[in-house]
Design a protein around this ligand. Structure first.
Ligand SMILES: [Zn+2]
Length: 428
């Protein structure tokens, strides 16, 4: 067995250049979202799978919103590797010191939009299935690699479509999103907050701007009300015991980030186990000399473990003044996979061999595709992939080629061991 695993890792090493080339091709194929057309990127994945003689299904519920689901091995148990093909727009090209879609490799760095988020991870998981194809008969289960659309912005395809239409199922899921920090360590992200996005509207009464006392100014009404929502940030929630190690892991990481950015560590770590309130947009009024009749705000409230988006809605409605309206536009539950889950243990074990340290299991403040797997399939789901938090969605994005290669080395062994572990569980 040990000889076999060494052989598999050796195969990844033999194909390092292929892996770097694949990552570059995925970057060159762009796939900006919005608008979310990833057909060129999906073609790169398809050609690669074809050349490796791996069977796959292609799903395109709306033109250009393509997802490619490849698989090898027997039917049970199944491990899913998942990653998205879309990227956020490159923005103003003049802010880049290199072309975002040329995908140059310089001093060990692969440069370009999506290098970190997450063409590096997508390439690593495609290489994982390619390498394991040769060892298919020795796998104790099935590996599914899902390359999906519509992650960077909501859209008609992507993970939620695949799950809703039962095109994707398994016993655990590993998402190859970037979970590193520049000049820092990688962690395994195993939990995330939920969200309650609200549209709040105040209805006033128009009047001439010279006699505002005769009207009701909707902008004043709403801007007086919005600060009241900050009460939520002070409310205490009860963190379940099994989520506490993840929150502790997340806080240790964020303290380092806070020190680097020169802000108080406490103000940042609070984001892991408290609600936060952000007013994202405010629109109202028609003309300078008219008392505005209507004002509308979009508010992003993040929900910690132990909290509930329904509770947020109830609270907001309970304090909503007369002539106000409130509409929930997105409701996502917080979710996590406990730190002692087998998928985390197996990942830590192999990551330690490759990276030289045991990555901690952590909780993050944001929300990702992982919650869909936890909610809709009810399976343990974690993120662990090449790239750095600070570089996602920024100018001059890059990933170290070595990190992409190392991740592929971790993935091949994790797939092998996890399937073996779960198949022996099922047998006892
Ligand atoms: Zn991403």
């Amino acid at each position: 067995m040990k000889g076999l695993k060494a052989k598999i890792v050796k195969r990844v090493e033999d194909r390092e250049q292929d892996l770097i080339d694949l990552c570059c091709k995925l970057i060159q194929a762009e796939g900006e979202n919005p608008p979310g057309d990833v057909s060129k990127v999906a073609s790169v994945a398809e050609h690669f799978l074809q050349s490796e003689a791996i069977s796959y299904e292609k799903f395109e519920p709306t033109k250009g919103h393509t997802s490619i689901v490849a698989s090898i091995g027997k039917t049970k148990p199944t491990l899913i590797l998942c990653g998205h093909l879309d990227v956020v727009p490159a923005g103003d090209i003049s802010h880049w010191t290199f072309h975002p879609y040329k995908a140059e490799v310089r001093s060990g760095k692969i440069l370009g939009r999506g290098a970190t988020d997450m063409k590096g991870g997508a390439a690593a998981m495609l290489m994982t299935i390619a390498v394991l194809k040769e060892f298919e008969n020795t796998l104790s289960g099935r590996l599914v690699v899902a390359s999906v659309s519509d992650e960077e912005a909501p859209g008609p395809g992507g993970t939620s479509w695949l799950l809703k239409n039962k095109k994707l199922s398994g016993d655990a899921c590993l998402i190859a999103e970037p979970t590193g920090y520049l000049n820092g360590d990688y962690s395994i992200v195993a939990g995330e907050r939920g969200a309650c996005w609200l549209k709040i509207t105040a209805h006033g009464k128009p009047s001439h701007g010279s006699r505002p006392m005769l009207g009701k100014n909707a902008i004043f009404m709403l801007t007086n009300f919005l600060p009241k929502l900050k009460i939520l940030e002070e409310s205490k929630v009860k963190t379940p015991n099994s989520a506490k190690p993840l929150i502790r892991g997340g806080k240790t990481l964020l303290r380092k980030v806070a020190r680097k950015s020169g802000i108080s560590p406490k103000s940042l770590t609070k984001a892991l186990d408290h609600y936060t309130v952000n007013v994202g947009t405010l629109t109202g009024g028609t003309k300078i000399n008219v008392v505005p009749e209507k004002c509308e705000a979009e508010v992003d409230i993040r929900v910690p473990i132990g909290g509930n988006p329904d509770g947020v809605e109830d609270f907001v409605r309970s304090i909503l003044p007369e002539n106000f309206e409130c509409q929930v536009v997105n409701r996502t539950m917080p979710s996590y996979t406990p730190a002692n889950a087998p998928i985390i243990k197996v990942l830590q074990n192999h990551a330690k061999k490759v990276f030289g340290y045991k990555p901690p299991a952590t909780f993050m403040a944001a929300t990702s595709d992982a919650h869909s797997f936890r909610e809709q399939l009810g399976i343990p789901t974690v993120s662990f992939g090449p790239g750095y938090e600070e570089l996602a969605h920024t100018y001059d994005e890059f990933v170290y080629a070595e990190d992409v290669i190392n991740m592929a080395k971790v993935y091949v062994n994790v797939v092998f061991d996890y399937l073996e572990l779960r198949s022996s569980d099922a047998g006892t």
